[in-house]
Design a protein around this ligand. Structure first.
Ligand code: HEC
Length: 146
């Protein structure tokens, strides 16, 4: 464990710090379980890159929604693993900045990209709870929890 070992470990630490910063989008990209050749794959990638910071969705392995109501942040959006959305609702949210227009940025994706994300979310939302996060079970039907 001499300097050589340290030098080898340093980039790893930097990487770890970086991935912590990139956080959810990095995890999300790796966690996409939509087949590469599925029509929704592009939308899944876009979702992982642009929406994962604030929304949980099992099909892309993202955890942006609050796992616990006590530690929830203002930016935590609805959990789409449990909340079913249709394409129109997603497009509405994208264009208007969520349903309230208060927190979610507008037009994170536009045009065909917005359609791709909407198609993906419509198909893969509401499929069920993630097995490994039991604490997300409670707010599932909780109306009004944004
Ligand atoms: C900065 C955080 C943030 C990002 C990024 C974000 N959202 Fe949201 N989103 C929210 C919040 C908070 C709400 C709930 C409040 C509201 O509706 O205004 C919301 C609401 C929604 C809703 C309405 C859901 C419902 O049933 O009430 C949809 C659909 C949605 N977001 C989709 C998306 C998509 C698709 C993306 C990526 C293109 C995205 N969001 C990116 C924070 C975010």
């Amino acid at each position: 464990m001499m300097p050589a070992a340290m030098a080898r470990r340093l980039p790893l630490l930097v990487l770890l710090a970086l991935s912590a910063l990139l956080g959810l989008s990095a995890c999300g990209t790796r966690g996409i379980s939509v087949a590469e050749n599925a029509p929704e794959h592009h939308g899944a990638e876009l979702f992982a890159a642009r929406c994962s910071g604030c929304h949980t969705l099992g099909a892309v392995g993202t955890h942006g929604s609050a796992a616990d109501i006590r530690t929830r942040l203002r930016t935590n959006g609805p959990n789409f693993t449990v909340r079913k959305e249709n394409a129109d609702r997603v497009l509405y949210a994208i264009r208007n900045g969520g349903f309230s227009g208060a927190i979610m940025p507008q037009n994170i994706v536009v045009g065909p990209d917005a359609d791709a994300v909407a198609g993906f979310v419509a198909k893969y939302s509401g499929l069920g709870k993630r097995q490994n996060s039991p604490s997300q079970g409670a707010p599932a039907g909780a109306k009004g929890s944004p």
